[in-house]
Design a protein around this ligand. Structure first.
Ligand SMILES: CC(=O)N[C@H]1[C@@H](OP(=O)(O)OP(=O)(O)OC[C@H]2O[C@@H](n3ccc(=O)[nH]c3=O)[C@H](O)[C@@H]2O)O[C@H](CO)[C@@H](O)[C@@H]1O
Ligand SMILES: C=C(OP(=O)(O)O)C(=O)O
Length: 416
């Protein structure tokens, strides 16, 4: 599907089950490489990034079976420590293999990762964590070689929280001799899940959910099974969708506690919300109000919902400001929203949005995963048809955004 057409101004109604979390499952798939045996993961979303990670696992010698939403990874016999550049350049999470391969074999050959155009995204913190555990890092052209005879437990200090660096440090530390303490760890729910997943495999990690994680090295892991939680960013995207389109929807299969900042923001903007243990009911009648928001590490408002929020505010009442503090390139979507008539002014790290309703359907282009989803959200508040091109970006993280939104009553279809 490379083009999506949305006929706007139809309210949403219905119930939907949210797919498993991309940002939780990708590090788990990388972590499965640590174990000389079999790992089964349930509720795995059928998205492009998962297929890319599968390609990497098979390339290094894992035998994988992906039936429906259950993925079995047999990592008994690894044959390769080098990940081809085309994988690394197409997906940021490929860098997770450097931690798990280093932990398992003492050797990983990767390169600097690519991914969406949302900012520079250096990996200095990942590399400093590996060095702290005793690894040697060599760069040869584009190649990045990480190796160690024996990883030794140590104190790793992160100056600010990085999700990926915390995950890579955890994976490298699982077999390191002695105790590793990660100070300044990220606290996102996906880190908690990775710790639970690794402990379920036999690792020994304490401090889960805090910024100080302690890993006591173990000698071996065991076969295990794990179920991935619902994707809080996909759920947040559909929360933004109903705010843009108005209506009443129920999001099933999620933990609303992991979405507290998005829920309180929707409440401030005028939505009515009811939280249950595994689902969230949202009603929006009339146009939402613009508000002021800052993106922050968890538990703050996530950068991964910033573009979708911008799309909602573009068609809301009044004036609001969004300050993006994580990825400097994430205001790229504003340029496409302008084509729909949105009034957004970018001033450095801040976007000032004057809401206008309805927006006007037009041809726009997705330039990154969440920015693409934001254009779909904006299309719901447009008069006429919005045609979104380059939708392969959206398929990186959404199983089928057209299926999901049309089941809620949107007039949306995908085309090749
Ligand atoms: C697959 C996955 O889980 N992706 C998520 C992960 O990305 P990712 O793990 O790449 O994001 P990080 O948490 O590492 O990035 C946070 C900030 O730290 C900076 N940084 C990071 C590493 C480093 O070595 N040096 C450095 O300067 C980044 O440029 C960014 O400004 O967390 C982001 C922040 O919540 C989310 O938007 C992404 O969806
Ligand atoms: C930026 C994202 O993902 P990644 O880190 O995989 O590029 C995202 O999920 O919004």
């Amino acid at each position: 599907m490379s083009v999506i057409q949305v006929q706007g101004l139809r309210s949403l109604k219905g119930e939907i089950k949210i797919q498993g979390s991309k940002n939780a499952v990708l590090p788990m798939m990388a972590a499965a490489v640590l174990h000389k045996g079999t790992t089964v993961i349930h509720n795995v979303p059928r998205i492009q990034d998962v297929f890319c990670m599968l390609g990497i696992l098979e390339h290094i010698g894992c035998i994988c079976r992906f039936d429906g939403h259950t993925l079995t990874i047999d990592a008994r016999d690894l044959t390769q420590a080098e990940i081809p550049e085309e994988y690394i350049k197409s997906m940021r999470s490929s860098i997770m293999l450097s931690g798990s391969l280093l932990g398992r074999t003492g050797n990983a050959v990767t390169s600097f990762p690519g991914g969406c155009s949302i900012g520079e995204r250096p990996i200095d913190l990942h590399l400093s964590a590996f060095r702290e555990l005793g690894a040697i890092i060599e760069e040869q052209g584009d190649k990045l070689m990480v190796s160690a005879n024996r990883l030794m437990g140590s104190h790793i200090y992160f100056p600010f929280p990085s999700v990926g660096a915390t995950e890579n440090a955890l994976m490298a530390a699982v077999y390191a001799q002695g105790i590793t303490v990660i100070h300044g760890a990220a606290k996102e729910p996906e880190i908690i899940t990775l710790c639970e997943f690794l402990n379920n495999m036999g690792a020994n990690i304490h401090g889960t959910g805090t910024s100080r994680l302690t890993v006591t090295g173990v000698r071996e892991l065991c076969d295990s099974e794990f179920t991935v939680a619902g994707d809080r960013i996909v759920a947040g995207t559909y929360l933004m969708a109903v705010m843009a389109a108005e209506g009443d929807i129920v999001l099933q299969g999620i933990q609303p506690g992991h979405m507290a900042s998005a829920i309180s923001l929707a409440d401030r903007m005028g939505a009515e919300l009811k939280r249950y243990e595994n689902c969230l009911e949202v009603s929006m009648s009339g146009r939402p109000d613009c508000i002021d928001v800052i993106t922050e590490p968890y538990p703050g408002f996530p950068t991964d919902l910033q573009s979708q929020l911008m799309a909602v505010m573009a068609s809301a009442k009044g004036t609001g400001r969004i300050k993006e503090t994580i990825f400097e390139g994430r205001f790229g979507t504003a340029k496409e929203l302008h084509k729909l008539g949105a009034d957004i002014i970018i001033e450095g790290k801040q976007a000032v949005i004057h809401g206008l309703f309805p927006l006007k359907g037009n041809r726009v282009t997705a330039t990154d995963l969440r920015g693409g989803a934001a254009l779909v959200v904006a299309g719901l508040a447009c008069e006429g048809v919005t045609e979104i091109h380059e939708c392969h970006h959206i398929e990186r993280g959404y199983e089928d955004i057209c299926r999901d939104l049309s089941s809620l009553g949107a007039a949306i279809r995908g085309m090749e």
